[in-house]
Write a protein that binds this ligand. Sequence first.
Ligand SMILES: [Ca+2]
Length: 173
Amino acid sequence: MTNATAPETGNTAGAGASPNLVVNGGFERRNYADDTLPDGWSRDQSTRETALLVAHDAGLALHIRNLPDGGAWQNVFQNLTGIHVSRRYAVSFDGWTNGVYAGRVRIVVFNPTTQEEQRLGGLPFAANSWQRYQFTFETPPTLNGDVRVYITPDQYENPAAAVEIDNLAIVPE
Ligand SMILES: [Ca+2]
């Protein structure tokens, strides 16, 4: 309510002229080569069986669950384009969990050379009904890599954990 650009609401189906920096944040478009994966998103340690599109709200959402042996973090990520330095951004999304672990959205600067992450912000989501969540983060004066958004269950050991996310938006404040 503090500036000229309102975040996308959960009901917004298309990107259009939206200031949302997330590509396919509504998870409605499927990857051409792998129709279980949302277009614009990549898996990190996760698989077609653990990170996949599922039906939600007359459309699609991203579902992530842990491996049957709880053997590794299950991540899905996207490198953001159009991010500026020294600026504050608002992140909003709808989240759901099956109550085993929270899910987490986190924003980092990922350095592809060193593989190191500089954490900029994040938020766990733990409700086991769909709820809207919001947080903000600020970019540093210099960026030593890609600003990346990760989605993951908050722990990896319990194979029963599952989280879902939809309508993810990142807009400048
Ligand atoms: Ca959706």
